[in-house]
Design a protein around this ligand. Sequence first.
Ligand SMILES: [Co+2]
Length: 345
Amino acid sequence: MFFRALQLSTRTASHLRTSKWIKPCSFSNSAPLNEEPFPVPDNFGYYSVILPDEPFVFGVSHIKPRNVPDHIKRPPYALNGSSKDIQEGAEDRAGKIPLGGDAEQKLRSAASLAREVREYAGSLVKVGTTTNTIDAAVHDYIISHGAYPSPLLYNGFPKSCCTSINNIITHGIPDNRPLEDGDIVNIDVTIYLNGYHGDTSQTWLVGDVDLPGRLLCSITNQALEAGISACGPGQPFKNIGQAIHAVIEPQYQGFDFCVSPAFSGHGIGSVFHRKPWILHHLNDEPGVMMPGHCFTIEPAIIQGTHPTSWTFPDGWTASTENCARSAQAEHMVLITENGAEVLTR
Ligand SMILES: [Co+2]
């Protein structure tokens, strides 16, 4: 799969780079592949396709992480010689946090700062700005609020937030490409404050985005809200995937959309990612939400009906296989005795 994707990229990269606006349907006609071309409809709109820089550089060891001052408390995985996302907080083995005390308060503060950072990051999105510039500003903002940018050094990730443009589903690495009129860009921010993580993301429109792109971003937020509506004490986790499916399964203003099954939401607290794992697609997994569960819902919605993804040589950036656009939105949900509260609203 990985090898095949690289071949595809090598064959088509020069063709794709010749024009500013790319119609993905030309993708499947551009090179005589030995395999069946992907079924790419002609109504995906016009946008630039993001491909790995060539020649390929494998991994991210060439990217220098930003400096974090000594007084900022780091998560365990960012300490020298450690890479473990180990629990230091008050969650039980099922990932539930005790409600009504100090732990809940810290979790709420982390979520609230994450929401602030998300909105700040969104305010920086404009034509011509690079995602590196946004990353630097987000990094400084987080540190000036006494927090640590959680993605930095998480499993070796080299930047302080993730920026995923157009066909990138998730985990895009901020770089020096200026944002173009018509791009969509997801900025995923996570902060670590007083021992707890806060995690949220939104996909932002850059300048004048075409109708299919705007509909994609709109249905992504609808899918997130549907997932949130399925939450409450005693509710099965699988209802989240069912609710999202119900939103994206019918055509939306004449367009097809699908959800990426490759990336899940996750429990969050004193660890960045932990169970319960939240599946966004139709599933039959067991498990019921209980008061004290805190988790993210973060559906990545893709144009068309082909949800397959592949990873760039950097080991992080995940693109759709057929270069259809993808959008993502993420909130943190806390299950209480009476219902479900969105902590990053
Ligand atoms: Co997340």
